[in-house]
Every structure is written in structure tokens, then in C-alpha cells.
Design a protein around this ligand. Structure first.
Ligand SMILES: NC(=O)c1ccc[n+]([C@@H]2O[C@H](COP(=O)([O-])OP(=O)(O)OC[C@H]3O[C@@H](n4cnc5c(N)ncnc54)[C@H](O)[C@@H]3O)[C@@H](O)[C@H]2O)c1
Length: 374
């Protein structure tokens, strides 16, 4: 596991996924046996790795990726390093014959992402990319509505993502500084359009075209050492996507929005028979028969409590951590060839949408999204 000193690597992947799987006694396979992951932590900083290993009772760690990859008894390489470093390490892992699972974006550009997909396929190793939002309770509930035909004909989709990320001067930033430097693999379009691609493709309909306006609205931030630096990457994006069947999806993404919503991400779907607003955890619906009949009249006090007219979708089950659920799927994919659709080609599709979004912004035009083939 490379990159476990980072936010995602440590919290989501090591602690809440792999160590949680170990704690529950492994992943139960179809034949009743249990697969128990035995991680080796890989990174640059020996002291940090040793500390994490000690704190969490992990037996093995190393600062030598090459040496770790040479060990034939370890079969899977996982990568949650900064985006800019991913492709080189993943390539090394494929060459060493390892199965590979990694964070998104798979690479900084779609040509590299496709190359990794081709290499993994040729090497005959299993490959996967994190598509965590699909395993969030709110998104699962939303997909159920789509699959049940709740919406009738889907007309439009509107998403709001973001929150205020502190600049780092008066109080520390809550995101790593590389996110705001293009040269280090930063930028909200590369970061978030990977997510929007699989969310739209898998939950609503496939993305066919993109139009995007980006911006760097905060020009200067302060890094982890408290030093000011110029922001060279986009931190805000207004994206419009045309989906199969002519559905229009608009998603605003920003690290400089202040939140007046129920959750940090919300997606509203409107259809002829009903509408829904889904967040990370919750999903509210309003069907055609329960739709109020507002009349435009700003001269009187608003008689509607619109939010109260929506129904909260019930839990009906206990949802596990989204990253852990996907990890378990991938481990089953390796051990018993269970289906796993979130492969490198899917990862490349995410990078492709980000790349075309950036192109659309720079060329100020709509761009079709061609089908990527393995
Ligand atoms: N799936 C998601 O929802 C999600 C959310 C946030 C980030 N991510 C992705 O996860 C990856 C890591 O993001 P993060 O927020 O954990 O970042 P982070 O800065 O907290 O962690 C980065 C990791 O890479 C390592 N690293 C190796 N070389 C480095 C270098 N030269 N400079 C800086 N770090 C270096 C760090 O030591 C650390 O372990 C990114 O690719 C990001 O796109 C995914």
C-alpha cells in the first residue's frame, strides 16, 4: 500500500478498509473460506511509516517500492500517492506482475491512463480504480430510484459540490497544497470530473458531451509550511454534460463555495413522474402526485415550506464504508474472479472527461466525448 501517510491512503484505505476488513476476520469468499489482506506499507518517510505501523498494529513497512514489488508473496499493489506519481508506480507494479488497485485519477492525462489499461490487460493482471461515490448511501438510494423507473422520463440533473477550503494564512488549509498547483497534478477539474463521469455514467446515463468553464478564483494560498504560493490550478468549475437520451446534467464544483445545503455534495434529478435530491448519505423524493402548485407572488409571504414537502428515503439496511465495500469487491475479483466493473478503462474514462472539460474551457466550446475502447 503506497501513499498511506496521505489523507486518503491512511483514513479511507488503510484504517477504514484494509484494517477494518482484518478486524472483521477478512472477506468471506463464495466457497466459505476467508481472504485476509496482509498489508505492507510503502512510502518515502520511514519515521511516519513506522509510526503508522506501530499505531495500527501493521507488521510490515518499507521505503523501498522496488524491493516490495520484487516480493513474490505479495500479489497486489495499491496506490494513493499524489496523482502526479501514480502512473510511474502503477507501471512498475504491472511490470512486476502485481494486480493493481488505485485512487483516481488513474493518471494526469487520458493517453497515459489508456496505456496503463492496455499494459494491465496485456500482463493479465487484475486492475481497478476507486469509484467510491457509487457506494455511498445517498447514491445507492438514488440509483434504486432510477432503476425502479421512479422518475419517468429523466429531464435534467443538477449537482452542487464544494465547500470553503481555507487559504492557509489565518488558519491551516484542510486540503493538501499540491491540489492548487497544476505542475503537481492539482486542479478541481482533474480531481472531480473523474467522479462526475462514473456517477453520471453508472447512475443516470452515459456522458456524451461536455462543456466547462473553469477558473482559479483564489490566486494565492499558503502551504503546509506556512509559505505563500501562487495557485496555478483551477479551483472552480461549472460543467454541463449532455447524457444519452438528451438529458442535461449541470454540476458546479468548487473549493470556494460556502455551504448552504444539507451535505457537501447534492445531486437533484428531475423527471416527468418525480424528482429526487441525493447527497452523500440522504436522498429525498417528491413524486408527481405529491408535487405542490406554487404561484409566483412575491407580494405575499411564501405559503410553502418546500423542503418539508419531500420524503426521506428510508435506510432499509446498514451501509458500510464506501471505500471498504469497493475494496471487498476488488479482493473477491482477485481471489475468485468475481465481477468488478471499475477497471482501468473506467478510470481512463474519468480522466478523459476531465481532459475534455479542460479543453472545452480553454477553447470555449462544447466537446463530444468519444467512446474509449479497451
Ligand atoms: N476518492 C476520493 O474521494 C479522493 C478524495 C481525495 C483525494 N483522492 C485522490 O487520492 C490521492 C491522494 O490524495 P490525498 O488527498 O490523500 O493527498 P495527500 O497529500 O494527503 O497524500 C499524498 C500521499 O502521496 C505521498 N507522496 C509521495 N510523493 C509525494 C510528493 N512528491 N509530494 C507530496 N506527496 C507525496 C505522500 O507522502 C502521501 O502519502 C490523489 O490522487 C487524489 O486525487 C481521492
Amino acid at each position: 500500500m503506497n501513499g498511506v501517510t496521505g489523507r486518503m491512503g491512511l483514513n479511507q484505505h488503510l484504517v477504514r478498509s484494509i484494517l477494518a476488513i482484518r478486524k472483521q476476520g477478512g472477506v468471506v469468499l463464495a466457497d466459505g473460506t476467508r481472504l485476509m489482506p496482509d498489508p505492507i506499507l510503502v512510502g518515502r518517510n520511514a519515521a511516519k511509516l513506522e509510526q503508522i505501523a506501530k499505531e495500527h498494529g501493521v507488521a510490515r513497512w518499507t521505503t523501498g517500492l522496488r524491493g516490495a514489488l520484487a516480493d513474490q508473496s505479495d500479489s497486489l499493489y495499491f496506490d494513493a500517492q499524489v496523482t502526479a506519481l501514480r502512473a510511474t508506480s502503477v507501471e512498475m507494479a504491472i511490470a512486476a506482475g502485481k494486480h493493481v488497485y488505485c485512487e483516481k485519477p488513474l493518471a494526469k492525462d487520458s493517453a497515459t491512463a489508456m496505456q496503463l489499461a492496455t499494459q494491465a490487460k496485456a500482463a493479465g493482471v487484475k486492475h481497478g480504480v476507486v469509484q467510491d461515490k457509487l457506494f455511498l448511501p445517498g447514491m445507492i438510494k438514488l440509483k434504486r430510484l432510477v432503476d425502479n423507473g421512479f422518475f419517468g422520463r429523466i429531464l435534467s440533473v443538477r449537482g452542487e459540490f464544494g465547500y470553503w477550503v481555507f487559504e492557509g494564512d489565518l488558519q491551516p488549509s484542510q486540503r493538501p497544497s499540491w491540489n492548487y498547483r497544476k505542475q503537481d497534478g492539482g486542479g478541481i477539474i482533474l480531481d472531480m470530473f473523474c467522479h462526475w463521469r462514473y456517477v453520471l455514467d453508472h447512475i443516470i446515463r452515459r456522458v456524451r458531451a461536455v462543456q466547462c468553464l473553469g477558473g482559479t478564483v483564489i490566486p494565492e494560498r499558503w502551504d503546509e509550511q506556512g509559505n505563500p504560493y501562487p495557485c496555478t490550478a483551477d479551483d472552480t468549475a461549472y460543467g454541463t454534460f449532455e447524457l444519452e437520451g438528451g438529458i442535461v446534467a449541470q454540476i458546479n464544483s468548487s473549493w470556494s463555495f460556502r455551504v448552504y445545503r444539507d451535505e457537501l455534495f447534492s445531486l437533484q434529478v428531475d423527471g416527468t413522474l418525480g424528482s429526487a435530491v441525493a447527497g452523500l448519505r440522504e436522498c429525498r423524493t417528491q413524486s408527481k402526485v405529491n408535487t405542490p402548485r406554487p404561484v409566483w407572488n412575491p407580494d405575499v409571504e411564501n405559503p410553502f415550506r418546500f423542503r418539508e414537502q419531500w420524503k426521506v428515503a428510508p435506510e432499509n439496511e446498514t451501509f458500510d464504508n464506501a471505500f471498504k465495500v469497493q475494496w471487498e469487491m476488488f479482493l473477491r475479483h482477485i481471489a475468485e474472479d468475481a465481477p468488478f466493473p471499475h477497471d482501468f478503462l473506467e478510470g481512463a474514462r474519468g480522466v478523459q472527461l476531465a481532459e475534455l472539460g479542460l479543453k472545452s474551457w480553454h477553447e470555449r466550446r462544447w466537446i463530444d466525448v468519444p467512446e474509449l475502447e479497451a
